[in-house]
Ligand binder design. Structure first.
Ligand code: ADP
Length: 310
């Protein structure tokens, strides 16, 4: 499957690299406002392919995206000093108006995979501009937060993160909700399993895992300015689920008709992902606190979306 990536910055190029290393796409085309940057990343990544897979990596303009099955949108502008979050959002909305318009002109049948931040709002904006049904516009959402949650739980319980079933819901950001009450190691609730193996999941352990999951991006940004490898691998995972028509359960963002009383808001819950995009969602069992936190997260996102000038 051919995959387009619009925005060949750190996230876009890391996604191309992950797609190529794992051989998930037959072809990856990078498009950027700065064609020299797209060309440089495409060449550099192409030179890794003889060690990895047969994926063809190139750069081009929008017309080169024709027949792409998925287009990843990782384009965006950085915050200016003194600029409010809402002003930044409106500037990024303007970028998306052009980008989404061009993508839907060239490949109206592609699934859109949004990575630009704030990803939930940008997913809702992309859905509005594209005119596509909600299930064909997917945001990376909390896929990475969920991976961080699982790996911290796995380390504590000495179980592979792949055998931990746990999700981060809501906003990819500060109001995210770690769904502890449904978290399982295999089929066993994590608290029960922790007690069985002498690694109790105490309040202090929960607080530490919560904080490390929630604040991981801040730690990375403090050390190197931005995060990209993790999200690049997460985006490649989503593309893989689409390409293989996998019907994989992934925590991704999408405009949701109704959640905890909030209407039409993009946020993450576990969703089934395959060739046609999202087929259904599976809201895990939540306790009263988690439901209230998810309601707050949904209200916050809906409020932010309403403040954007489309
Ligand atoms: P990140 O770390 O999120 O990847 P970057 O600044 O490295 O952030 O990448 C964002 C990329 O988006 C930049 O390479 C920039 O040139 C690109 N970009 C910005 N506006 C547009 C646009 N209208 N069309 C295509 N690419 C764009």
């Amino acid at each position: 499957m051919k995959v387009g990536i619009v925005g060949a910055g750190m996230v876009g190029s890391a996604t191309a690299y992950a797609l190529g290393l794992r051989g998930i796409a037959s072809e990856v085309v990078l498009v950027d406002l700065d064609p020299a940057l797209a060309e440089a990343h495409a060449l550099d990544i192409a030179h890794a392919m003889p060690f990895a897979s047969g994926t063809s990596i190139s750069h081009g303009d929008y017309d080169h995206l024709r027949d792409a099955g998925v287009v990843v949108i990782a384009a965006g502008v950085a915050q200016r000093s003194g600029e409010t979050r809402t002003d930044l959002l409106s500037r990024n909305a303007a970028v998306f108006r052009t980008v989404v318009g061009e993508i839907t002109r060239v490949c109206p049948d592609a699934i859109l995979l949004v990575a630009s931040n704030p990803v939930d709002i940008m997913t809702q904006i992309a859905t509005a501009y594209s005119g596509l049904p909600n299930h064909r516009v997917i945001g990376s959402g909390t896929i990475l937060d969920t991976a961080r949650f699982r790996s911290l739980l796995g380390a504590h319980l000495r179980v592979s993160p792949r055998s931990i079933h746990a999700y981060v819901l809501g906003e990819h950001g500060d109001s995210q909700v770690l769904a502890w009450s449904g978290a399982r190691a295999g089929t066993v609730p994590v608290a029960l399993f922790g007690a069985q193996i002498g690694a109790p999941v105490t309040d202090a352990v929960r607080a530490e895992i919560d904080s490390k999951t929630r604040n991981a991006a801040y730690t990375i940004i403090k050390g190197k300015g931005s995060t990209y490898y993790g999200i690049g691998a997460g985006l490649a995972r989503i593309v893989g689920a689409i390409r293989q028509d996998e019907q994989a359960v992934l925590s991704v963002s999408s405009v949701t008709a109704l959640i905890e009383g909030v209407r039409d808001v993009a946020l993450s819950v576990p969703r089934v992902v395959g060739r046609e995009g999202i087929s259904t969602e599976l809201l895990p069992d939540l306790d009263t606190h988690e439901r209230a936190a998810l309601q707050r997260s949904a209200s916050k996102l809906r409020g932010l979306f309403e403040a954007v000038t489309l």
